[in-house]
Write a protein that binds this ligand. Sequence first.
Ligand code: BG6
Length: 484
Amino acid sequence: MENLIKKFPEGFLWGGATAANQCEGAYNEGGKGLSTADILTSGSRTAPRRITPVLEEGTYYPSHEAIDFYHRYKEDIKLFAEMGFKVFRMSIAWTRIFPNGDDAEPNEEGLKFYDNVFAELKKYNIEPLVTISHYEAPYNLTKKYNGWADRKVIDFYVKYCETIFKRYKDVVKYWLTFNEINALTMPFGTFIAGAIMPPEGNRELTNVSLNNDQIRFQALHHQFVASAKAVKLGHEINKNFKIGCMIAYMCTYPLTCKPEDVLLAQQKDNLSNFLCSDVQVRGAYPGFAKRYFKENNINIVMEEDDEKTLKEGCVDFYTFSYYMSNCISSDPNQEEIGGNLSMGLKNPYLKASDWGWQIDPKGLRWSLNNIYNRYQIPIMVVENGLGAVDTVEEDGSINDDYRIEYLREHIKEMKEAIADGVDLIGYTTWGCIDLVSGTTGEMEKRYGFIYVDKDNEGKGTLKRIPKKSFYWYKKVIETNGEEL
Ligand code: BG6
């Protein structure tokens, strides 16, 4: 028998990931309109971010300046190039292109900004991977239409896609239609993913617990249709486009081997993960979704062509974010713990980050196999990383060994998954440069290889400093994952 090959394939796409609302800043420059992210206050581990329908005088909004990538992208991309990035996952701010979402004409200044960013990436042979909508929609769409709850938003989104597909058809090959589209299966996604305004008294991001399954799943349906239309249109504009889905993969284990627990874990995998990717990869709602809708009185209103549209707009590849895993149990008295987008149960075998996200590299191998066994299409891990507090030493260095350890262990498991036969084509770590945290709005929940001098209150010089992990990741890329 041949020796088992445990290697990253030639041409593997190593890189990092960001999102416009968490790094660009310049929230009202260059003709940009107000986005849903721009009306989110800062929060902390204990205090949730607030949604403020009107900007409050004297309140700090982290997206307004963020890390000022808008003015510093050249410096930042140069640093990414120094690490040897092959790919950079970024998002386009919808409000730079269509400030109100429903404008008749796009904003040329916004389009020009991304021309410049893509030109800068090209200079270093870094392939852009563009998320079209990453947790920010034009706030005007929320005000006028209640965001994705209204079917009309599909056309605005498709017009936005058509504009950027045409403009960047020769410089961008990889696209993702929606960041973590499955966020809308959970209450947390109501505002950030669905741009739907929760009622007064319910506007704390982590606690949006509005009893709105009907609205959320209908909005999700609109996003599915929008995504499918975008995929079809994208392929017409450039047949070489690779357009993918993006799922926040909820790796959930049964807490015990009790059959009820095992079944619950499977149901969680189906509803939280596979519902969305089945629609986007296979082009139709799975049976378990139909049953869930029926049993929960959810009535998805469809137009005649929707099913056909979904079938015609299947994605080319599957991408996902992976940070942690949780457990699930039929026993209601088990200890809860935090997680990305939703809570889960504590796993006695795992340690958690300072924000209560349980660190589980093996779960990544398990997830990769689980996904690939189902779809057999190329996969990318487009978010993974450790949110941690970093300390700048007296000599100016930042020794983030904990981050190196986290990433190393996850990369090892990706290698195992490749040996298992998974067609893994790329890896972009989350927040390759420190940026604003999505769930808490903090700056000090840092993920980067590059430190940004800014604190939770927005103070600091914004100076960039490479951390120890910067040099470590550079070596990883240089050796195509051999030297970890
Ligand atoms: C993902 C999002 O859910 O998790 C990112 O796509 C987010 O936008 C990331 O930043 C990490 O979450 P957080 O809350 O630690 O920033």
